[in-house]
Design a protein around this ligand. Structure first.
Ligand code: NAD
Length: 358
């Protein structure tokens, strides 16, 4: 348990602030929106609904109630439009920037739009935050910046060379945030998320992440695909760990924590084979393992890194971050949402291939 986070949650409602959450209709953004509203904050949400869903906003409204929802204002707009960013930043104290086009394979298929959304859009937001005198900008980076570095666990100070346009955009964001901090005094904090999962992570589409994609396949009675031998490993993190890190970074008063990047994960790894077992155990706890569905193994995908494991000491020391949910606990919670949304009529748009987004 993070003592700082518990303290923050008890003090925030008495000192409401105005936050801007970009990507508020997406997976992580909508979870942030919900948590901030539940804590009595005023929140502006910005989204262009390219990968996010209005239904996520409806769910947040239902979860927090009509009165809390009055403190939310969701703007449909695009980061690639500077005026839109400037308008969204008006009166904002803290930005939690989540909007981006995720997925390594998507960026390989269309590097130009990944760059336009993730880098040009981010630069607009930085410039708008500066123009509107926003106090703090916390932004989503990614473990993909570790690229070809074979070092484990991954430590913030040593990255490798990016292996995809997506990774390059996240690294560019870190560079631009550093420049705006040094040149213009804008307080920025970068959070390198490792593989995140939880309610509202989209199970559909060609670029869906591994956990929701598997769950959708299993609920539909189909074999999910595993690329490689299943010994590929990742540091999977339940979304509540991510919201904790964002809120801590948003309000920290520690000068040592500003203008830094932090790994945000659990600090533990699971292989895909382990994860696959845990997903089935969470999905049908009553059913004996012999009755579980077997995965279909396919060739390794080019460009996928073999292992990823976050060292989280820096976030622990400087932000007071303490992940509260390990993978299996998170899976149980996530499963309630997927059961409610996918069963009994799972939605399949395409083949149920596994894509590891980072
Ligand atoms: P998501 O696709 O669910 O959410 C992204 C949201 O941003 C969507 O609602 C989308 O409509 C919106 N958006 C995209 N481009 C926009 C633009 N130009 N203007 C306005 N809105 C725009 O993705 P997510 O999983 O919630 O990811 C949130 C952030 O975390 C992203 O920056 C992503 O790169 C980063 N990240 C995610 C993971 C993960 O495992 N989910 C891992 C590492 C980093």
């Amino acid at each position: 348990m993070s003592i700082l986070y518990e303290r923050l949650k008890s003090t925030l409602p008495d000192a409401p602030r105005t936050w801007l959450v970009t990507g508020a209709a997406g997976f992580i953004g909508s979870n942030l929106l919900e948590q901030l509203l539940a804590l009595g904050q005023k929140v502006i949400g910005l989204d262009n609904f390219s990968t996010g869903h209005r239904a996520n906003l409806e769910e947040v409204r239902a979860a927090v109630g009509a009165r809390a929802w009055e403190r939310a204002r969701v703007v449909e707009g695009d980061l690639r439009d500077f005026e839109c960013c400037r308008e969204a930043c008006r009166g904002v104290e803290i930005i939690l920037h989540q909007a981006a086009l995720g997925s390594v394979p998507r960026s390989l298929a269309d590097p130009l739009s990944t760059h336009a959304n993730n880098v040009s859009g981010f630069l607009n937001l930085l410039a708008a935050a500066r123009a509107q005198r926003v106090r703090r900008l916390v932004y989503a980076s990614s473990s993909s910046v570790y690229g070809d570095s074979a070092d484990l666990p991954k430590r913030e100070e040593k990255i490798g060379t990016p292996l995809s346009p997506y990774a390059a955009t996240k690294l560019m964001d870190e560079i631009y945030a550093g420049v705006f901090a040094r040149a213009f005094g804008l307080d920025c904090v970068g959070l390198r998320y490792f593989n995140v999962f939880g309610p509202r992570q989209d199970p559909n589409g060609a670029y869906a992440a591994v956990i929701p994609r598997w769950i959708a396949a299993l609920l539909g009675g189909r074999s999910p695909r595993i690329y490689g031998d299943g010994l590929t490993s990742r540091d999977f993190s339940y979304v509540e760990n991510i919201t904790q890190a964002n809120l801590l970074a948003g309000v920290t008063e520690s000068p040592d924590a500003l203008n830094q990047v932090f790994n945000i994960g659990v600090g533990e790894t699971a292989t895909l084979n382990q994860l696959f077992d845990w997903v089935q155990r969470a999905l049908w706890p009553e059913s004996p393992a012999e009755r579980w569905i077997a995965p279909a193994y396919e060739d390794f995908r080019p460009g996928d890194i073999r292992h990823s494991h976050a060292a989280i000491d820096k976030a622990k020391d400087l932000l007071g971050y303490r992940p509260t949910h390990r993978v299996r606990e998170g899976l149980k919670l996530a499963m309630r949402w997927y059961r409610a949304h996918l069963a009994p009529e799972p939605v399949f748009e395409e083949a149920d291939g596994v894509i590891l987004t980072v």
